[in-house]
Design a protein around this ligand. Structure first.
Ligand code: FAD
Length: 266
């Protein structure tokens, strides 16, 4: 079987332009055009580099409204071979649990696979939960925040996981799932020819009915979502304070001030 890599990709709104519906506690996704989640471009690039080394095929899956097709075409132009769009009103209103469940069911329907590569998070929901949850639904190991792939073979991966306060060197048996950070690579730009090819490529559309033999339809969309958003609040913006210390004792005054503010302790 060719080495099969699956990349879940999400269409996100342009965060510079999007509006928040504070009343409903939601992002108003119709208020800004969509683009591929930037972290998913790193996931696609990581998958393409593995394919260049081991051969194989890459399948991208996206769950979203019909216009998420554009994100799949973007993925196809960047080296993905097959694209599946999960779209259906019955998938709508999904929290991360229902989203990851639907994607995991689609992966099960695809059959055998070796590796799943997700972005570390999205720029709109920003939870970083969907990748690890897919792994849990499929009962496979996962490594999050992968910033470097040290070794890859058909049966294992050696990666660096950047946990913020420490780097871990992790070896994981395949099949497994990884989520990747922006540091892992610089996504290459598709050529005009790639874009034209992707524009004509076939996007497979799957609905809840296509997954009914794999999963429980009551666990998709709003019905399958235990999360309730009570309120959205904006973090308070704190202005910067500037102080200039002059004179021969400027350094002493600076240290005194930093101690007083509790920036460090003696
Ligand atoms: P993260 O966990 O940060 O994403 C990590 C990675 O997972 C991504 O890089 C990507 O590789 C993969 N991934 C994430 N989402 C997808 C996807 N959809 N397809 C493929 N791969 C993916 N959102 C809506 O768009 N419409 C709604 O109606 C809606 N209703 C919601 C209702 C509730 C109560 C809640 C809590 C959320 C709702 N959301 C809705 C938001 C939705 O749950 C999240 O957008 C989704 O679960 C992804 O979470 P995230 O953005 O935090 O992804």
């Amino acid at each position: 079987m060719p080495f099969h890599i699956i990349v879940p990709v999400k269409q996100v709104p342009d965060m510079e332009r999007v509006r928040f519906d504070v009343e409903k506690g939601r992002i108003d996704r119709s208020s800004a055009p969509g683009e591929t989640n930037p972290f998913d471009l790193n996931a696609i690039e990581a998958a393409v580099r593995i394919k260049e080394k081991l051969g194989g095929v890459i399948t991208a899956i996206s769950m979203g409204p019909p216009q998420a097709e554009l994100t799949l075409r973007d993925a196809l132009s960047r080296g993905v071979d097959r694209a599946i769009l999960l779209t259906d009103k019955r998938f709508a209103g999904a929290d991360t649990l229902a989203t990851s469940y639907a994607i995991a069911c689609a992966i099960r329907k695809l059959g055998e696979f070796n590796l799943i590569v997700c972005g570390e998070k999205t720029v709109d929901g920003d939870t970083g939960q969907v990748g690890p949850e897919i792994a849990e639904h499929l009962n496979i190991p996962h490594v999050a925040y992968v910033s470097e792939i040290r070794e890859v073979s058909r049966d294992k991966l050696k990666v660096i996981s950047d946990m913020g306060d420490a780097y871990y060197l992790v070896e994981v048996k395949l099949p497994a799932l990884i989520t990747v950070t922006k540091d892992i690579n610089t996504p290459r730009l598709p050529t005009l020819r790639d874009k034209l090819r992707a524009r004509k490529a076939k996007i497979e559309v799957w609905t809840v009915d296509d997954l009914a033999d794999i999963g429980d339809p009551d666990r998709f969309g709003y019905k399958g979502s235990p999360t309730t958003v009570h309120k959205i609040t904006f973090p308070e913006e704190r202005g910067r304070r500037g102080k200039i210390f002059t004179g021969e004792d400027a350094v002493e005054k600076l240290i005194e001030s930093l101690l007083k503010e509790g920036v460090f302790k003696c």
